[in-house]
Design a protein around this ligand. Structure first.
Ligand SMILES: [Zn+2]
Length: 208
């Protein structure tokens, strides 16, 4: 096993998407439970051997920007502020199992420096490091996990400040007139704040 000193990002949290069976005692003992995400995780330095519990991930490169925008709530029809997280670059890791664990290990060694230098929004995010989520929630305390997709896991999303109805990422990022859709010629970016978080984020999610 690689020694931690060779790794650039040993402490990045990698969330395990599939449950570990009770009989795999070693994996259970070496991973930790995260109350915020309701998932177990290991640090990037310890990812070897956990491939079987991973779904495809995307690595996002810092710096991260909190973009404030607004949209019309579909429930109460009022205008509500929303927030979005924009990363400076990304690398999709679409392999599975051991190959995926290996890809994450390479990233932890510094391969992230090959990230596509292209700003993207994190969307349909299944897991955020709690310390990162805290930074988002300082601007929007309604930002939390909501059940928005049938047959799919909950993801972190905005909610209307008037009626508290959750706001689907699809309406913000993927609809033609979405306030933050890349195809929208007049996106709504009310303000941008650099977040004080210098580690990459590895998450099961999408991007826009
Ligand atoms: Zn509303």
């Amino acid at each position: 096993m690689q020694s931690e000193t060779n790794l650039k990002y040993p402490s990045v949290k990698i969330y395990l998407d599939l449950p570990i069976p009770d009989e795999d005692v070693a994996s259970l003992e070496n991973s930790q439970w995260c109350e915020t995400n309701q998932k177990r995780f290991v640090h990037a330095a310890e990812i070897y051997g956990y491939g079987a519990y991973l779904m495809p991930k995307i690595v996002f490169a810092p710096p991260f920007t909190l973009v404030k925008s607004e949209t019309t709530c579909l429930a109460c029809r009022q205008t509500t502020p929303v927030v979005a997280v924009e990363a400076a670059g990304y690398v999709p890791l679409s392999s599975k199992g051991h190959d995926l664990a290996l890809a994450i290990a390479l990233f932890a060694q510094g391969e992230l420096d090959n990230a596509l230098p292209h700003p993207v929004f994190l969307t349909n995010v299944r897991e955020y490091p709690p310390e990162f989520l805290k930074l988002i929630r300082m601007s929007s305390f309604l930002f939390r996990k909501y059940s928005l997709e049938e047959d799919n896991d909950d993801y972190f999303a905005n909610a209307c400040t008037h009626c508290k109805a959750p706001i689907d990422d699809f309406t913000l990022y993927y609809e033609q007139d979405g306030p933050l859709a890349r195809c929208n010629p007049c996106p709504i970016r009310r303000s941008e704040t650099k977040l004080q978080y210098s580690l990459p984020i590895v998450a099961e999610c999408q991007f826009a």
